[in-house]
Ligand binder design. Sequence first.
Ligand SMILES: [Zn+2]
Length: 347
Amino acid sequence: MKTIHIEKQNSSIYVGESYLNLSKYLPEKKCFLICDENIYKHYSDFVKQFDYIVMGCGEGNKNWLTVEKIIEQLLDRGADRNSFLLGMGGGLVSDVTGFVASIFMRGLEFGFISTSLLSQVDASVGGKNGINFGKLKNMIGRFNPPRFVICDPVLLQSLPKREVRSGFGEVIKHAFIKDENLYYFLKENREALLNLDPNLMEDLVYRAVSIKTEVVEGDPLEKGERKKLNFGHTIGHAIENNSDLTHGEAISVGMNLACRISQDLCELSEDNTKKVNNLLNDFGLPLQHDVSAETINQYLIKDKKKNRSTIDFILLKKIGEATIVTIPIEELKTMVIGLCANPKSAL
Ligand SMILES: [Zn+2]
């Protein structure tokens, strides 16, 4: 087991710890477990040890209605300011649990057992939580770190293959923006990683979490450096919201498009773009999409990271090094039209 402690946020991440050792980390408080239907189905014996609340699966449940229902149940069962919320699940459960814990009675302590690859490397780290507002993703939420996150590789075994691939999209992103060695590690161990070899997965999650932690520690409120974690996400979110692609799949497409923009705006070499695309391909992630430029552009206008007439866009200089470039939104829209009109150059 490897521990990462984020000093400033007083938050610890235990990578490779068994979820069955949870009691070591729980404070002496009344604990309520929040999970989704899937987790309940797979781990009901564990869940039933707690006072538990089950929410629906899927992004469609990441809304006010779910938050209200959870708060109603917490009140019915006598939760108070001294209660502790434990989220067990992927990014959706973490986001909702963290958000409820942030607003219920002005804030409760909370922790997570992270069950998906995506949430182990991304959603649980850094203290962002939130819900969607209509079609707009994560429009309402807070920065509020959990007390702990348990990342148990054993939990990944029960994930559907597509969800695993989606998680790799986020891990690969960390390599591209910050760590060339991680890029080689992924390339060399592709097969064992896709088979979820527990030791390699522990190593991989630890490396990705370490990168994210380092970035987040330097910039807890996403004013500068942390924006780099949004590589592939600006256009990726637009695609995710308007297609059947998962988050990891959509940001894979978004990273490919961002690389092509990087070739124009910051001299990323064509060879590096090919390496990016090949690695994404090797992990079964898509590079193409069928969302129209118009739909993407409409979404970009509403993107919360936009300030006035420009957008902070993350580009690659080379594999392992990202940069933040402020692009006029009109210019970006023109580039999106060009990229969508010429999808073949993606490969
Ligand atoms: Zn993401």
